[in-house]
Design a protein around this ligand. Sequence first.
Ligand SMILES: *Cc1c(COP(=O)(O)O)cnc(C)c1O
Length: 433
Amino acid sequence: MPNSDWLARSRAAVWHPCTQMKRHETLPLVPIARGEGAWLYDFDGRRYLDAVSSWWVNLFGHCNPRINAAVADQLGKLEHVMLAGFTHEPAVRLSERLAQVAPAGLGHCFYASDGASAVEIALKMSAHYWLNRDKPGKTGFISLQNSYHGETLGALSVTDMALFRGAYGALLKHNATVASPDWRNAAQGECARDFALRCADLLEAHLQHHHDSLAAFIVEPLVQGATGMAMYHPVYLQRARALCDRYEVHLIADEIAVGIGRTGTMFACEQPDFLCLSKGISGGYLPLSVVMCTDNIYQAFYDDEVARGFLHSHSYSGNPLACRAALATLDIFAQDDVLNANRGKAAYFNRVSAPLREHIRVQNFRHTGMIWAFEVDSPHGDFARRCFSLALEQELLLRPIGKTVYFMPPYIICHEEMDLLVARTLGIVELLT
Ligand SMILES: *Cc1c(COP(=O)(O)O)cnc(C)c1O
């Protein structure tokens, strides 16, 4: 390994995200030298198939030539300019392109740099909307059980995961949760659709009692990612839309993980009031997020009075390099008919993953678009850690959540790579059960 002295210092200098650092006394950090397509390479020529798209951001592979070219072109023109008082072509073109592909009516784009900030923006905009509409009491939010919407304080207050909230309870505004339509919780003999409808009834009961104090219902459409790829029937979202209309509560679709083609369509939710995007939007290249909203929302802020405006800002809002990466990403969707190609890839993967699905120790094998997940009935309490390490030995980047193994590969994954992913994951499951 060339010049490995920096690696030895890494653990002291860099405090890694979502990590108990002490674990790295025994678990070595994986140094990555370069990436190409679905693969990451270390300095010794070892390679890892990026089966989780580097935390769900990478859509078209590492060092994609088309995205590289767009970012390089933009680098020669303008790297950044503040977006208050100034504008630039990449931000305007991206906003127009997003409005074309997003659900009808979402015509206004507000930019930030990461997913949690997009959630903060949607929550603030929603409450501020009701204030501007002379309903100042509507300041509460609801989310699904086991929801994940990011880890800044506002986003964490609508996140229902003890692991992330535990130490910070005293800092968080209290928001209620409603039953998740995650079909693994259906009663015996109850189908996913019936269970989703039953959960929608519970949502209605909550809205009936509390709508006067509620600004918005925030939801991860179709797949609750961070809790372990919980999947549910789309009828829940249809019902939620109708109920939010009836009770005058905004519907915020947090599509930070599932947007940009992940569930098989460009977006997972059909008619939200707010749509939050990040992760894949820049193809996994640069930090970028956006909240899209309806004209009705936008108009409530449009006024002679400054304080009725939405005064929120981030230094790197609408960064031109990130916008160009996003435009190149959307170009690839159009040029390569990606949604259609992904349907073929998903069908292939569903076929070749049959031995996993049918494995005696594999439970709840499930699939939505380009996401697959299952639980492993393993006796090992530290399953996730063991699986991660064994996967590295097998040239795979897997990052199980508890006993849930999931695949969220880049869309450029090919048949041979899918075969390899299934065969080697099977081997790992055998070793851990
Ligand atoms: C990742 C994620 C976020 C937070 O995005 P960050 O960029 O990590 O802050 C919010 N919501 C969902 C559904 C996510 O998957």
